[in-house]
Design a protein. Sequence first.
Length: 187
Amino acid sequence: LGTAADYAVLGGSTVTNTGGSTLNGSLGVSPGSAITGFPPGLVLAPWVTDTTNAAAAQAQSDLTAAYIDTAGRSVDATTTADLANLNLQPGVYAGPSKGALLLNGTLTLDGMGDPGSVFIFQTNSTLITGTGSTVVLTNGAQQCNVYWQVSSSATLGTGSVFSGNILALTSITVNTGVTVHGRALAR
């Protein structure tokens, strides 16, 4: 992720917040310049807000490189479109025909005792989580090593607890009451 790893939220054109979000990472937008809803949203110190500056532009460049890298990886296994009730080991995953990914329940990612284990999920479409869905990390799996490469838009449903780095081509919507352990990065 390079410098994009410093960002909790990074957008290409606009970042809009409508509630009491708290970011434990920087907030940025580039090449666009619109950030609304901060405040009431908060960016915790020592993190910063970068709007159409060199830091945000570099983060977008690094995000693009990470997106291309994750999209180019060979798929190890095909899953069902709905990832609920799956227990997966490290690897590169996609749904049928790299179609839309859904999560309407709990997805468990098992690091198998290796804190460096990597999980990559690829979709040429959307990622949508249902209300109250959860990504659970076990046996050493870490949020910083989970990547969701989304060729369109991601939507996290109300009350979801989501883990990993969303690398979306178009947009990311995080609904009310969602907790993201990771990053929401849109190109």
